[in-house]
Design a protein around this ligand. Sequence first.
Ligand SMILES: Cc1cc2nc3c(=O)[nH]c(=O)nc-3n(C[C@H](O)[C@H](O)[C@H](O)COP(=O)(O)OP(=O)(O)OC[C@H]3O[C@@H](n4cnc5c(N)ncnc54)[C@H](O)[C@@H]3O)c2cc1C
Length: 490
Amino acid sequence: MTSRDNQSISVVWFKRDLRLQDHHALHAAWESNNPVLPVYLFEPAIMADSHYSNRHWRFVWQSLLDMEQQLRPLNASFHVSYDDALPFFKRLHQHYQRITLYSYEEVGLACTFERDKQLKAWCKSVGVEWKEFPYAGVIRGLTHRKQWLANWRKQMCSAPVSTPIHKINWETNKTLVTRVPATISAELHRPDEHMQLGGETQAHQTLVSFIDDRHRSYHTQISSPLKSMRSCSRLSPYLAWGNLSVRQVYQAITAVKSPLPRSLQAFISRLHWHCHFIQKFESECEQEFRPVNAAYQRFPYRADEQATQQFKAWCEGNTGIPMVDACMRSVIKTGYLNFRMRAMLVSFLTHYLLIDWRRGALHLAQQFLDFEPGIHYPQFQMQAGVTGTNTLRVYNPVKQAQDNDPSGEFIRKWVPEIAHLDIEDLFAPWQIPPLTQLTLDSPLPPRYVNPVAIPEDIIPPHRDLLWKWRERDDVRKEARRVLHRHSNPG
Ligand SMILES: Cc1cc2nc3c(=O)[nH]c(=O)nc-3n(C[C@H](O)[C@H](O)[C@H](O)COP(=O)(O)OP(=O)(O)OC[C@H]3O[C@@H](n4cnc5c(N)ncnc54)[C@H](O)[C@@H]3O)c2cc1C
């Protein structure tokens, strides 16, 4: 056992708040006047959770490199350790006599919730004070929404905290860290040109380019899978991993001009949704495992062998429905998909194939670079129609293609094996008569002749089932409870 430094220390534990500005935990640590030790933990137990994939940890890695670059001129560095939280902080506790731990409250998955509970119990048992700060107007332990909106607005309008990082007395103690294994760090270090680059610097550049130029077509191109890549803000990974605070974005946008143009008003409502959904998850985190409307627990999803094969086809972008396949292949490669196309993928899985939303939620969590449990789960359930409170929206992928990819450019890009088809055949190739198929330049791949489900055929019985369930007494009763618990008055 190492002898303890006779020293008080403030430890800032960075989680999904990978920035140095508008950071309450860092600011409070600086105000403590103690040396400040900045820590990020690549936690093997969390990394093993099946929601995550390397793309997330690569983004984190890039964000840490960015912060490291900001700290280097100050002769400070980040303490990046490959450790689960409890053993790491126990080790830390052997070195320092008095530790105060600073972090944000994490609105996370069961794995991080359990880890935090264990850590909290240990902190209490050894006298380590853990100061946690709320996330973007999200209130822990909230039972109703009466004051929620007013509080959110107040948070968004209050001044961001500005921490003079050059004045911080940074602590360095490399003996505490366990190096990330070379096989993992090599993988995380490898750039992926198709994904957005992580880091505070890149986040600010993305925000500025949206404000200066890209926002102009935001509300008209928001649902186009191709054009939204540019016209949407693309801020989601930066918000999900905390390279920007929601408040920084809110204030940068509202400072543009008054009144805000329509495109930016539409954007601001989404920032509100961001926090509204995270609050829903904070208030009822069981949504990771069960429908928020508990009556849907017994909904008769298909779980036979054919459903398993269809699920695999959905995951791989091989369903034979061009728009579904293009969206899935695109998100696998780029980590991004706009809102409407995410909703359509969920609708196809749950309404057309009648496969349990939970199976799809895990798969898409791994693909979305912006995976944020507090948005992902409530949105997934809403689109799957298991809340009992929202209108049931069944998205026909053929109509979505006609409306949002009218030239077929997006489908041709991601499903090259049918790129030779004329536009009138591209969205529903199974309708091409067999004799005409023989005249095509290259034969139609079998899956586009016999897709896993033909939208027109399969939907009526499933739609009836979904609507019938909405009318059930137990679903309605639960819907009233859900509304009472999670909606803002007015
Ligand atoms: C099934 C499903 C799962 C989703 N999972 C996630 C997720 O894990 N992480 C995530 O950030 N978003 C998720 N969304 C919401 C939305 O699709 C993305 O936030 C958006 O597409 C990100 O692109 P953008 O930053 O360019 O969005 P913009 O349209 O520019 O919006 C700006 C910001 O507002 C927030 N936002 C936008 N739309 C929504 C919405 N409908 N609900 C809540 N917040 C919103 C996001 O933080 C986004 O970055 C999900 C939507 C669906 C239907």
